[in-house]
Design a protein around this ligand. Structure first.
Ligand code: PLP
Length: 384
């Protein structure tokens, strides 16, 4: 048999999946490994999906997605972040941010182009760049997970095409201060680079208001904003996201989408529209609940000696495990074996993730309390 695509074959399977698979074979595991809300999609949103089925909305939509949904998305972005996109030419509905990332990379990159990615970062970023024929160039962030603009600038070469950032961040929960994002935008203008901004966690910003990268001076015409419904609307399984970007970028992304996906699922788009039009109170409630869990969980981690920089957004804590002397991989494996708590080793998110573990606090408070208790017992046992 002839060899399969070597670029894909060289990309290892996701380190997160590996831990899920082990945890799934065990009983009594508390999983802090999943990056997914523990809420079911709000009932009125599910009802909108059911109604769409009843009405026979089982067809394709237009390639770009339901116009009403695109209108609602651009109007929401305009109201909350004072950034304006034309729904007809600058907004495309995708099957989640995952598909949006893939489309954008294939739209922007020529073979060998480089994309700078501050890390620790979401595990799909590097592979999406690689599959599009590009080269990911990882740049570490500060110990408090802020962008290091000078390091980013030093990594720029004549092949650099874009910088890919995400705030709030998976895995660290960090939110980049608006002033740093403004410096990033200024850097992109100076070096004529595109910015790709994964804002899937924008609604989950607890301490500081979210800054949409495209709203910053100079950024609008070179920034691709990726957003979606999976997290704040608890709609992971529906697969709805969007790309908002300048028309020339979106026109090409739409061309790939037209041939490879046709459109995002019709029923899911109808449900997402309901979520956006009438789901504000549920989103606010869920966000308030994540915030409560965040405060309790992070306090608990610090009390058992796992120093945790306060995460300001998303639903992840990224505590340091350096005090234990274990690698993040060994820590996660041994914690799972000894105490049945599943976390993700920080190393899967990039070299500077080593020395940390990622814990999702999208988990009920009693389970978070129990997880902290078990982790505390694990750490005490290591010390004896
Ligand atoms: N971007 C980030 C930072 C994520 O954490 C995730 C999912 O965990 C995604 C994108 C994928 O989201 P979606 O469900 O919209 O494909």
């Amino acid at each position: 048999m002839k060899p399969l695509n070597p670029i894909v074959a060289a990309c290892p399977p996701s380190g997160i999946r590996r831990f899920f698979d082990i945890a799934a074979t065990m009983e009594g595991v508390i999983s802090l490994g999943v990056g997914e809300p523990d809420y079911v999609t709000p009932w009125h949103v599910r009802e909108a999906g059911i109604y769409a089925l009843e009405q026979g909305y089982t067809t394709y939509t237009s390639n770009a997605g339901l116009p009403q949904l695109r209108q609602a998305i651009v109007s929401d972005l305009s109201q909350r972040y004072a950034v304006s996109f034309d729904f007809a030419t600058e907004c495309l509905i995708t099957s989640g941010v995952s598909q949006g990332l893939d489309l954008v990379m294939r739209t922007l990159l020529d073979a060998g182009d480089e994309v700078i990615i501050p890390e620790p970062c979401y595990v799909a970023y590097g592979p999406c760049v690689t599959f599009a024929g590009g080269t990911p160039v990882y740049v570490p962030s500060s110990p408090t997970f802020e962008l290091l603009i000078d390091e980013i600038e030093r990594a720029i070469t004549p092949r650099t095409k874009a910088i890919l950032v995400s705030s709030p961040s998976n895995p660290t929960g960090a939110i980049q201060p608006a002033s740093l994002l403004a410096e990033l935008a200024e850097l992109a203008v100076r070096h004529d680079l595109y910015l790709v901004s994964d804002e899937i966690y924008e609604r989950l910003s607890y301490d500081a208001p979210h800054t949409c990268l495209a709203s910053l001076p100079g950024a609008r015409d070179r920034t691709v904003v990726l957003g979606g419904f999976s997290k704040a609307h608890a709609m992971t399984g529906w697969r709805v996201g969007y790309i908002c970007a300048p028309a020339p970028i979106l026109e090409l992304a739409g061309r790939i989408h037209q041939y490879t996906m046709l459109c995002a699922p019709h029923v899911s788009q109808a449900a997402a529209l309901e979520g956006l039009r009438s789901g504000e109170s549920q989103v606010t409630e869920m966000v308030a609940d994540y915030d409560r869990r965040r405060r309790v969980f992070v306090k608990g981690l610090n009390e058992i000696g796992l120093t945790c920089h306060e995460p300001q957004g998303a639903f992840y804590a990224f505590p340091s495990i350096r005090s234990t002397g274990l690698s993040s991989e060994a820590f996660a494996e041994r914690l799972l074996e000894a105490e049945r708590v599943a976390v993700v080793p920080g190393s899967v998110f990039g070299p500077s993730g080593e020395g940390h573990i990622r814990c999702s606090y999208a988990t009920a408070l009693p389970l978070l309390d129990e997880a902290v208790k078990r982790m505390g017992r694990f750490i005490s046992a290591l010390a004896t």
